[in-house]
Structures are given as C-alpha cells and as structure tokens.
Design a protein. Structure first.
Length: 230
C-alpha cells in the first residue's frame, strides 16, 4: 500500500513539474556551481554575470525541446557560453543578434509564441551583460542577505530567471510561477521547497542542475515568513 501511494505521489509531482522537456541543455549545475567555478569571487551589484544570471535565463527561456537545445528541428543551440557568444558582439547590444531578437518584432522576435517574451528587466540584463563585455564570468553572493527578501524584488526574479520557460502561463507545465497566485499555490502544496532542494520524492528543479545556495536560502526565508505578497 505504501509503495502504491509513493508511486501515485511521484506521478502527481511529475505532472505538476514536467511537461517542458529540456532535452540536452547544459547542466545548470555547471552554470552556477559556486564551490567549483567562482570560489572567492564576490558579487558586484553593478555587474551582470553569465553563470549567475544570463546562462540560466537563456537556457530556461530559449533552450527547451523544439527550440534552441540543439536536438530539435535544427535550431541553433544556445546551451553553452561559447555557443551563445556566437550571437553576441561584446560591448554592443544593438549589433548582437542575441539581444536584437529579444527587442525586435515580427517573425524574427524571440522567444516565439506561446513562450513568454523577455520582460523589460530581463532584456536590460542581457544588454548590460553585453555592454560589460559578454564575459564568461560568475560570482558568489558571500553576504547572502535574507533579511530583506520580498516576493517582488527577490523571489519573482529568481523564478523569472530560472523557471518561466516552462512554468508560465504559456509554458507547458501545470505549475505556474509567473504570478504570486501561482507561486503561492505551489508553496502551499509543498512543492517548491522540495523541488529546489532536491529532496527525495520530488522532481529536482531546475532540470539538470540547481539554484545557487543563496537563492535557495532566500526562497526558504520568504516561505518561512509566510510567503507574503510584498
């Protein structure tokens, strides 16, 4: 009986968190493994980092099955720094295809429907990263301040960077993380913390890797405070 219940539970979790298959995307653990890649490199609030922000954002929003994961439909792969850099002119966003397809219109605009377009803030991050030289860089948030965590300025930004390619209104997963209502429902159902901490019985999220230890601490702090809509 216990085995049957466990299988049913896993099946429910699968349908909640799957449906957006990232076939052979770069493991996110390789993008943000702070203990391996960037030990001792502290984050500068004025800098945008590839491993912390741009890589996860591009993979979450562009490298899904059927899009730019390199395995579907012959689409150009956006799965590693070197492949992404092919569409970048360091120092010049307006000459970088990676940026112009995000800000353009018509058939050439990316991501294509039904996937959500980049927000103004996300496009600004891409532009700033390119302006700063499109470096293959990363950092550790050594301070990791969890005292000032809010939904609007912290939690929603973590999800928009790492999750919305699948978990949005136009994404294929049943779990929606693009609104406070959707995030609250997932938290109340006990799915968020289990998934991002890769606990037994949960499908680990994001696929192929993990959020940074600091991002996990911030989400946990927000949840422990009653997950306010602040």
């Amino acid at each position: 009986m216990k085995t049957k219940l466990f299988i049913i539970t896993l099946t429910i979790l699968y349908f909640f968190f799957s449906g957006c298959k990232h076939e052979s995307t770069i493991p996110l653990s390789n993008l943000a493994s702070d203990s391996i890649h960037f030990k001792g490199v502290s984050c500068n609030k004025d800098s945008v980092y590839f491993y912390n922000t741009i890589g996860p954002l591009i993979i979450s929003s562009c490298a899904m099955a059927g899009c730019h994961n390199g395995n579907s439909g012959g689409a150009s792969a956006l799965t590693t720094y070197s492949k992404i850099l092919k569409y970048v002119s360091p120092g010049n966003p307006n000459s970088s295809r990676l940026y112009t397809v995000l800000t353009g219109s018509g058939e050439g605009k990316m991501p294509r429907s039904p996937y959500p377009p980049f927000t103004t803030a996300q496009k600004a991050l891409v532009a700033t990263w390119i302006q700063q030289g499109a470096k293959n860089n990363g950092c550790i948030d050594t301070n990791c301040d969890t005292t000032a965590v809010t939904y609007s300025s912290t939690v929603s930004l973590i999800f928009s960077t790492n999750c919305l390619g699948c978990h949005s209104a136009s994404g294929t997963s049943l779990t929606k993380l693009d609104t406070y209502t959707g995030v609250k429902a997932a938290v109340m159902a006990g799915r968020i913390l289990g998934a991002i901490q890769h606990l037994n019985g949960y499908l680990p999220m994001p696929p192929g890797g993990s959020l940074s230890s600091c991002d996990i601490k911030k989400i946990k702090a927000w949840v422990n405070r009653g997950y306010p809509n602040n």
